[in-house]
Design a protein around this ligand. Structure first.
Ligand code: BGC
Length: 738
């Protein structure tokens, strides 16, 4: 019989410490003092967040707005702040917020691209740079990072997160929180982070944005919570609720999520904001009767601040009078808001220095870091005959709608990035090659093939062709779900046309999600997948194409053959009939075949057994050889640390970086366990011919999960462990937990 090893819950520890009456901090005293002077109207005013510009100064003067979003005009912001500080009765400053998602001016690769770097350090640096630029422009609160696990590339917002894996999500999310918030929130260059969208938003039915989700509590805890919990423990100052409902309860009205889990279990002390009108939208869900009811439900569930439903400001006083909302709950919400304002030093330093941004926007070191991130985020998916790098070519054809699209390559949520600062691949490649430039198509959805013959003729004159395809920025991100994930317009046809010239063809895909590019792979020699690479995408890609840099990115999401395979992710549970890879496919079925269950396993007749590329996949210009993983011992107790090593050798001709990945499988559990789970990774750089023993130290406690009794435990038993270059390869070794 299995013995269950109970782990002490971090939440329980926090709850315990919180129950001892800790001495009040200076900030708590200031908050209490201010709160004691506030009228109910003024309290509700703090809970109200509005979007707009100069016109909001009048609202701030009345003390009816705690936070503003979407204004980046420094003069207007200072005017709003002046109204709040000098004209409102208590002079409480307004908290200025913005969606600074992957850079403010200097735009980094979109978050899914950053995740492809498997490099939390570059994510942290990117977030720090975002904070430096955004705070110089007055923004002290960003709505980032997005921690939603995304297993369905039809969902447009996969662009904004770290993909399908909880462990990678934790690493990138925590790094970004640290980067935004810096050492101390009171530093004028620090910006409060907002972990969003709590929770399950990425599991929208059919990948249709905002849609319903049906996620079990166990799955929430094992898969969707970890990054939120880790980022909360790392000190994330704020959290945003999500638009979706889970099992019939909209997150913004979900007391279990916002109070029982977040506050009581995790002991988190930050501030909760709704998503844009997500309180008001509970009416459309059919969860609230009217706007007044939404305010009652959201506040009672544990929301502190209302983004743009206007429900709180209109109805809270009535609700308190009627006894439907307690003033104690209002006080708690306002405490969380005021505490953040004190922590940010807004009371001492409310105004923006109007000359500050000019000193930091697009600073050379910011551009350098953005370029490094873009280099690391590009994934080499194919390189037939090692055509890349194009180090010998002199004349190249550059074509495709994304080759010179300064706005599009910035990707979604790049409000403040100025396209005139973007360096496109065309510009950068002109420094390296004699370039023949033929756009071929004007934009990614363009179907006009009238210049194809010209493009093909140009390809014949070049030593090689580089085709830049993908998605315009607007095709991914919020509310931009797609049911067909092939390249839009005539982009695939453009690639095929170029291929007819018989020259080496390199395709670069700049997109907001993993597209279904199988047919395009057949028409090119090499493919680099760069997602939307940001301001410095051009120089980064030019370095990779020329061979001044070597690709190292790995897929942060499974790449599908066909959108119909979605959702498809590596860390799934096994069915009782797992696919073995030799099953009958569509065209193998005889005509007039009799009723049969064919292979009797879980797969598609048409798109086959597996994905196009597994999670964690990516090639290099070099090659790496992995030895078999070696474990220090075969049996461990609950307090042990598993030491697992592998010999990695660079067997190619380039100095290159490999992302070495550690996976485990818990073979038998009290509930079904995923077939593989990422538990560690390391970026390892090796010179040609060099080798290194890469060692992971995995605490046994990291194998815990929410079991049949909904306890967070490590269950004794047998496990497999892999150390490999992706989630689909490598030999496993076994170990046992006693
Ligand atoms: C999005 C959030 C965003 C907010 C504020 C909403 O539509 O879902 O992610 O932070 O708008 O712009």
């Amino acid at each position: 019989m299995k013995r269950t090893l109970r782990l002490m819950l971090a939440g329980a520890v926090v709850a315990l410490t919180a129950s001892c009456s800790a001495p009040k901090s200076e900030i708590d005293r200031k908050v209490d003092d201010l709160l004691s002077k506030m009228t109910l109207r003024e309290k509700v005013g703090q809970m109200n967040q509005l979007s707009g510009g100069a016109e909001l100064a009048a609202v701030a003067a009345k003390g009816e707005m705690g936070s503003v979003l979407n204004c980046v005009d420094v003069k207007q912001l200072n005017a709003i702040q002046k109204a709040a500080v000098e004209e409102s009765r208590l002079g409480i400053p307004v908290l200025i917020s913005r969606d600074v998602i992957h850079g403010f001016r200097t735009i980094f690769p979109i978050p899914i691209g950053l995740a492809a770097t498997f490099d939390p350090a570059i994510a942290e640096e990117g977030a720090r740079i975002s904070a430096v630029e955004a705070t110089a422009n007055g923004i002290r609160w960003t709505f980032s990072p997005m921690l939603d696990i995304a297993r369905d590339p039809r969902w447009g917002r996969v662009a904004e997160g770290s993909g399908e894996d909880p462990y990678l999500d934790v690493q990138m999310g925590v790094a970004m929180v640290k980067g935004y918030q810096g050492e101390d929130l009171s530093d004028p260059a620090s910006m409060a982070a907002c972990i969003k969208h709590f929770v399950g938003y990425g599991a929208a039915e059919g990948g249709r944005d905002y849609n319903s989700t049906m996620i079990s509590e166990r799955s929430l805890r094992n898969t969707y919570f970890p990054a939120f919990k880790a980022a909360a423990e790392a000190g994330a100052a704020t959290l945003m609720t999500s638009f979706n409902e889970i099992d019939g309860i909209p997150s913004t009205g979900n007391k279990w999520l916002l109070k029982d889990v977040l506050r009581d279990e995790w002991g988190w002390k930050g501030m909760v904001v709704t998503d844009w009108n997500s309180a008001g939208e509970m009416i459309a869900h059919g969860f609230s009767r009217d706007l007044k009811h939404t305010a009652e439900q959201a506040i009672n569930a544990g929301v502190d601040m209302d983004m743009m439903s206007y429900g709180f400001i209109q109805y809270v006083e009535e609700l308190v009078k009627e006894g439907k909302v307690s003033e104690k709950d209002i006080d708690n919400a306002v405490r969380n808001i005021l505490k953040l304002k004190f922590e940010l030093g807004l009371f001492e330093n409310p105004y923006i220095d109007e000359t500050a941004s000019a000193k930091v926007d697009y600073a050379p070191e910011h551009l350098e870091a953005a370029k490094k991130a873009a280099v690391e985020s590009a994934i080499l998916l194919q390189n037939k005959g090692n055509v890349l790098p194009l180090d010998k070519a002199k004349t190249i054809l550059v074509t495709g709608p994304l080759a010179d699209a300064p706005y599009e390559q910035l990707g979604t949520w790049a409000f403040d990035g100025q396209p005139e600062h973007t360096v496109t691949p065309l510009t950068a490649l002109r420094k390296e090659y004699n370039v023949i430039w033929e756009p071929g198509l004007k934009y990614s959805r363009d179907n006009d093939r009238s210049s194809f013959a010209k493009v093909r003729a140009a390809a014949s004159r070049a030593d090689a062709a580089v085709v830049f395809v993908g998605e315009e920025a607007i095709l991914s991100g919020e509310a931009h779900s797609l049911s067909n994930l092939n390249l839009q317009g005539a982009q695939s046809e453009l690639i095929a046309e170029v291929a007819k010239a018989g020259k080496p063809v390199v395709v670069v895909v700049m997109a907001g999600r993993p597209l279904t590019i199988e047919r395009d792979l057949a028409n090119c020699d090499a493919m680099l997948y760069s997602f939307h690479p940001g301001t410095m995408g051009g120089p980064a890609l030019a370095d990779l194409i020329k061979g001044k840099a070597v690709p190292s990115g790995k897929t942060p999401m499974t790449f599908l053959r066909d959108a119909g395979q979605a959702p498809f992710y590596y860390n799934h549970n096994n069915s009782g009939r797992p696919c073995h890879g030799t099953e009958t496919l569509l065209n193998d079925i005889p005509i007039a075949a009799g009723q049969t269950s064919l292979g009797c396993t879980s797969y598609y007749l048409d798109s086959g057994y597996g994905p196009l590329f597994p999670f964690g996949y990516g090639l290099s210009y070099s090659t790496f050889e992995y030895g078999n993983p070696v474990l220090e011992k075969a049996e461990y107790g609950k307090d042990d640390v598993i030491k697992a090593s592998v010999e990695l050798r660079n067997t190619g001709k380039y100095e290159a970086t490999e992302i070495v990945q550690l996976y485990v499988r818990d073979l038998v559990g009290s509930v079904v366990r995923p077939v593989k789970e990422l538990k560690g990774f390391e970026r390892v750089t090796l010179a040609p011919g060099d080798s290194k023993t890469v060692t992971f130290e995995l605490p046994v406690s990291d194998l815990a999960f929410w079991n049949i009794d909904m306890e967070y435990v490590v269950e004794p038993g047998d496990f497999n462990l892999w150390i490999a270059g992706d989630s689909a390869t490598g030999e496993s070794v076994n170990f046992t937990i006693r």
